[in-house]
Design a protein around this ligand. Sequence first.
Ligand SMILES: *Cc1c(COP(=O)(O)O)cnc(C)c1O
Length: 373
Amino acid sequence: MRDATKIIRATLTQAVAGEALHEGPVFAAPFHSPGDPVDAAYSYARSHNPTWTALEKAIGQMESGPGYRASALVFASGMAACTAVFGAVLRPGDVVVLPSNAYFAARVLVQEYFVQMGVTLRTAPTAGGAQAGLLEGAKLLWIESPSNPTMEVCDIAALCERAHEAGALVALDNTTATALGQLPLALGADFSVASDAKSMTGHSDLMVGHVAVRDMELMAKIDQWRTLTGGIVGPMEAWLALRSLATLPLRLERSSQNALRIAEFLTARREVSGVLYPGLPSDPGHAIAARQMKYFGAVLSFTLRDKVAAETFLSKAKLVTEATSFGGVTTTAERRARWGSDAVHEGFIRMSAGCEAVEDLIEDIEQALEATV
Ligand SMILES: *Cc1c(COP(=O)(O)O)cnc(C)c1O
């Protein structure tokens, strides 16, 4: 079965006469559970909820690949999912290898909590697979490819092989690509981690994240972490996420096409430098990305002359909504240096291509660029 069919079918209930085609949200704290609690499928909603089960079944099918079946656990946000992997794996004395350009909250979390509790942090850039040089004695390799916000790419399968030789587990933050764009577990990662607030659900209206694994022992550790720490997603969000997954194939295909068209357009403009998008044949990560990704995703970035030029561009562009985050049906962009969290130029813009008609987007981007000179 092809991906689009697989994903859409994964969101359906079993065909039982008179039942709804899709799960609705189940609002519960306790469930009826007389007698021995192991006999009840559901007992208390910090541990499990039927709406999560439906979403986890769908994500698990998306994360499955040739020769293996994945299991997924959903969380209240991408960071709750990242924290579950760090928390379930890392102990004092362990070494964790992070990309130096990793998503800033993941970097700060490790630095300000795990390092304070006796974990050693090593960092190297995503680009060029530089993390491979830091694996000796490591417990966990954390990869982000393509990375947010500069869309750097590394050879995931090669890094996983090196990490496993060194005895380390591997987690891949797959937020920018989604499990439709790139399959972390098939490439060798032990954990596929994502913020599903971005392209996975794509409507800019909910927070959710997930961890997927092949190994049931790792699954049990992540599950225990979730139940003990309580970073759980509400049934309403889980239901909205499940509803949104069915359109992922349409959304990702369109937004990836739009991102490429915009990146090509920007490359030819004199107001713009440093266009970064792994779908561009000229991008340093293109050859590797083309091998390991099915879609290059919605996110691209580029640099304008300075802060003023970037702010002028954002205020003049009418079809580019100024907002953080990415992966929604609406085209958005922001001047990334305004946060002070990434090592980027003052005129650096991260853009997320939406699903609008690309001709409209390009016309609008053109007039906004002209206003910057
Ligand atoms: C947004 C993001 C996260 C964190 O996800 P939240 O849902 O915001 O908690 C982690 N990694 C990457 C690459 C992200 O873009």
